[in-house]
Design a protein around this ligand. Sequence first.
Ligand code: HEC
Ligand code: HEC
Length: 381
Amino acid sequence: MPRSVFSPRLLAGCLAAALCVQPGAGAAQEPETLLARDFFLNVPDMGDVPVDEFMETMGMFAAALGLNCADCHTFESSSSWEAYADETDIKETSRRMIRMVRAINEENFGGQQFVSCWTCHRGDLRPRVVPNLEIQYSAPIDDPNEVFFAPDPDAPPASDIFDEYIAAIGGAGAVAALDGFEADAVYNGFDTGFEDAEAELYATRPDRLAMTVHARPGDSVRVYDGERGWIAATDKPMPLMTLTGDTLGGARLDAVRLFPDALQAERNFWQIGYTVLNDAEVRVLRGISPGQAPVNLYFDDDGLMVRMLRFVDTPVGRVPTQIDFSDYREVAGVRIPFQWTSTWTNGQASVRLTDVRPTADVDPSRFDTPPPSPPARANVN
Ligand code: HEC
Ligand code: HEC
């Protein structure tokens, strides 16, 4: 199936290429883009999707249906990536659903992705048919990621909130003077079996970031070089995954937020909303640019950024990644979060910085394409 028929992202991407030039994120896919059908064995329905985005669709399936990977695949898939290609009844049903969702969106919403797997399933294998009176008569549960952005004439301009953030972390002078750093860290995540692993980070202004995690099965390396991004990790199906589209855009935001005076320029428009996070009211900026998934930035009472919520638009819906920042500490006059936790549809990981050394000359080879890291075992899910 031609992906462009049902992917608003791709259509919007073409528009963006013609109308606005945004460096890095959301840029046209490179010719080397590896599509799912070039790599996987049995992907008749989503073969046209780049491999990194394909893996995001699997995260959407797991989240929307409340399933583990092996529930749709097979027991063997937990020890072999090839086994993911085996046919199962539930895969076949899922394919029917993929086509159904595409048809619903095309026939009713002009091809825009208003309906996703989540719309009906909401974490259940079987969508509910009968209204739930319990829910109707209990207090609504607020999800801080569901922010309503109503136009508010009294809202301050977004630039004020960015300015407050810069002021809160040390002021424009100090922030602009931080050219880069090297850091030691402790990483703990799904891919290390939630064991602590040593890690190093390298970052240079305005937008380069590399992180190596010394996981037990082998090193995992993530690099964003200001333009391109890769993940070479033992828990991925391919030894070197080149990032594309919104996955690349996400890697870019991870790098730019370390030099936050450049953050506002990452999106053309910013809307302001409010929500409650950890029992405190927070302001939320939602950044929008044509052809790119939006990004939400959450700022607390002290003006500090406490959450970034970013998205990958896939053929089966928009998939979120949430990053929560805490423990701001001063490095060369700039307060940076020493701890962050990333939560996405098929995993969670935290990074705790243990030693940060500001430097203007990080070895540029740190941002080279990482060496391939052969898959050690399949996803443990
Ligand atoms: C709701 C069912 C469902 C869940 C849950 C699910 N998958 Fe899939 N998976 C599929 C379907 C359907 C396909 C085939 C897609 C197509 O036809 O293009 C597939 C294909 C794949 C493939 C391609 C295998 C090959 O070589 O053909 C991989 C790899 C994969 N899934 C990994 C995962 C991982 C990892 C997870 C957990 C994060 C996961 N899947 C969760 C339904 C699911
Ligand atoms: C418009 C609503 C709707 C959407 C959107 C939707 N589904 Fe479904 N899905 C259903 C209904 C209804 C059933 C049947 C439930 C039953 O048999 O009780 C179902 C059943 C399923 C089942 C079989 C469950 C079982 O009992 O084995 C799978 C797997 C599934 N859906 C996957 C998906 C995936 C993947 C997506 C996104 C691509 C999706 N669905 C989107 C409504 C939806």
